[in-house]
Design a protein around this ligand. Structure first.
Ligand SMILES: Nc1ncnc2c1ncn2[C@@H]1O[C@H](COP(=O)(O)OP(=O)(O)OP(=O)(O)O)[C@@H](O)[C@H]1O
Ligand SMILES: [Mg+2]
Length: 151
């Protein structure tokens, strides 16, 4: 059953730490899946979605620097350190519109239970709204952020 949790994170380092702990838990919890694990990162400009993706992916063994996938549609990473998931895909749909992701490649990616998809701005693109996606909502506070997790 889905539960909603809320956490306050003060500063970038706390977001990264939270995302890496979350990566361990969510991959363990989702080891028996029939389709890709989709993590929707929801929050306004500068909320910390890419920061979260950075902590999450590094924890799963990605050594490369994680930058915002603004100018490529989909960034693809091999997951060397996780036994349940083999590849991760990081998408920023901010500049996309309905249909832009709807390729054969996208259909293959979301079908494969060894894939994890992290998507910023999923609300922009109809085909990025995946049933059963885990939702991470990040809100600005005066200082820091509030994160709401629906997993
Ligand atoms: N918990 C936090 N408290 C304060 N600042 C934070 C926190 N988490 C991240 N930040 C800062 O917020 C800024 C924006 O982060 P980031 O680029 O990850 O946002 P984003 O949601 O991906 O933005 P965009 O919508 O432009 O893609 C960065 O400077 C980062 O250091
Ligand atoms: Mg971003």
């Amino acid at each position: 059953m889905k539960k909603i949790k809320r956490v306050i994170l003060n500063g970038e380092e706390e977001t990264i730490k939270f995302a890496s702990d979350f990566a361990r838990k969510i991959t363990e919890k989702n080891k028996k899946r029939k389709t890709a694990l989709v993590i929707s990162l929801i929050g306004e400009l500068g909320a910390g979605k890419t920061t979260f993706a950075r902590g999450f992916l590094h924890e799963l063994g990605v050594k490369k620097k994680i930058t915002s996938p603004t100018f490529v549609l989909i960034k693809r990473y091999k997951l060397s350190r996780n036994k349940n998931f083999k590849e991760a895909f990081h998408i920023d749909a901010y500049r996309l519109k309905d249909g832009d992701l709807n390729t054969l490649e996208w259909q293959e990616i979301i079908k494969n239970p060894e894939n994890i998809i992290l998507i910023e701005w999923p609300e922009r693109v109809r085909e990025a709204k995946i049933k059963g996606a885990v939702e991470i909502k990040i809100k600005h506070l005066k200082e820091g952020r509030e994160i709401e997790i629906n997993d």
